[in-house]
Design a protein around this ligand. Structure first.
Ligand code: 8YV
Length: 328
């Protein structure tokens, strides 16, 4: 173990118990104001830290990495997705990158199901209506949504989160279909009674609900392109709790506006925190502010993972959640 505690710079405000523990274990510099550091601040942090604990709001590209000081060795990301970090450039510069997989799976899957429900059953529209005094009496043909039970759900990306979505969706009576680089194990396929589609195009054309649950990588950028979105049936809905960049958002907005698609539930956007104005006032669209992993428990667990990764590295071992570019 190194004689001195490593200098750890945390770029955003983390839960109090996580920050306290980090201060006990490391020479930790906190960000009490929670203001994003910005490019200059990030570069300055890269120059004086042994470890950076960033979040999705820090754009760590090859140029930022090129400014890293001699002592920087570890980027311990607070979050599962690492598409804001140029992992190959980091590795080439001798930096290890870790993330926090697993601990936000269930929360993200919960919110995915919430969006499927909210869009299909017009939950947000109904709640807004009551709050704005618009509930003037029940009618048999009023506020009709679409039934979930018995519908086909196509999951794009059957990793941890995709599977957690599938398990929940089975309980709601949805039929599970999925597209993935390779099929899941026969045991898992049997458990959720899932149908594998090697061809994403073929799956899209047959589904009632699409859930995007793959990571954003160069290979998945605009995976749901304008051409592919047009394959969807007009009654279908699309839910995205992964990354905005996976869907061509302009094409999605166009289809929603012209009746080519029945609805969408989006927790993530292509140019966060900017929201495509064309999405803002569409009916049957539920928009959330990137909050699918936002539970107190989840954030605490993510912090614990960051600590374990740093501590393991500090003790001279290989951190458990190392990100390997070939696995992305
Ligand atoms: C996190 C996420 O809140 O972990 C991820 O990949 O998308 C989010 O749910 C965020 O990344 C924290 O950095």
């Amino acid at each position: 173990m190194a004689a001195r505690k490593p200098k750890v710079i945390v770029t955003r405000k983390l839960p109090d118990p996580v920050e306290t523990r980090m201060r006990e274990l490391f020479d930790t510099e906190l960000n009490l104001t929670d203001e994003p550091l910005g490019r200059e601040g990030l570069i300055a942090a890269f120059q004086r830290a042994d470890v950076i604990a960033p979040t999705i709001t820090d754009r760590i590209d090859a140029d930022v990495i090129a400014h890293a000081g001699e002592r920087l060795k570890l980027i311990a990301n607070f979050g599962a997705g690492v598409d804001h970090i140029d992992v190959s450039a980091a590795n080439a510069a001798g930096l290890t990158v870790t993330n926090t997989p697993g601990v936000l799976t269930e929360d993200t899957a919960d919110l995915t199901l919430s969006l499927i429900m909210a869009v299909s059953r017009r939950v947000v529209e109904g709640a807004n209506l009551v709050q704005s005094g618009g509930f003037t009496g029940w009618s048999p043909t009023w506020m009709l949504g679409r039934r979930i039970y018995g519908k086909r759900l196509g999951i794009v990306g059957m990793g941890r989160i995709g599977l957690a979505v599938a398990r929940r969706a089975r309980a709601f009576g949805l039929q599970i279909h999925y597209h993935n680089r390779k099929p899941v194990s026969p045991r898992i396929a049997e458990e959720v009674e899932a149908t594998y589609w090697e061809s994403l195009d073929q799956m899209l054309a047959r589904m009632d609900v699409i859930s995007v649950n793959c990571p954003h990588t160069p290979a998945t950028y605009h995976l749901l392109s304008a051409r592919r979105l047009k394959l969807l049936q007009p009654h279908a809905i699309v839910v995205n709790t992964a990354r905005g960049e996976i869907i061509d958002e302009d094409a999605l907005a166009e289809l929603l506006a012209t009746g080519g698609l029945a609805g969408a539930g989006l927790d993530v956007f292509e140019r966060e925190p900017e929201i495509n104005p064309r999405l803002l006032h569409l009916p049957h669209v539920v928009l959330l502010p990137h909050m699918s992993s936002a539970t107190a428990e989840g954030r605490f667990d993510m912090g614990e993972k960051v600590i374990i990764n740093i501590k393991t590295w500090m003790d001279g071992h290989r951190p458990p959640d190392r990100v390997i570019p070939s696995m992305l």
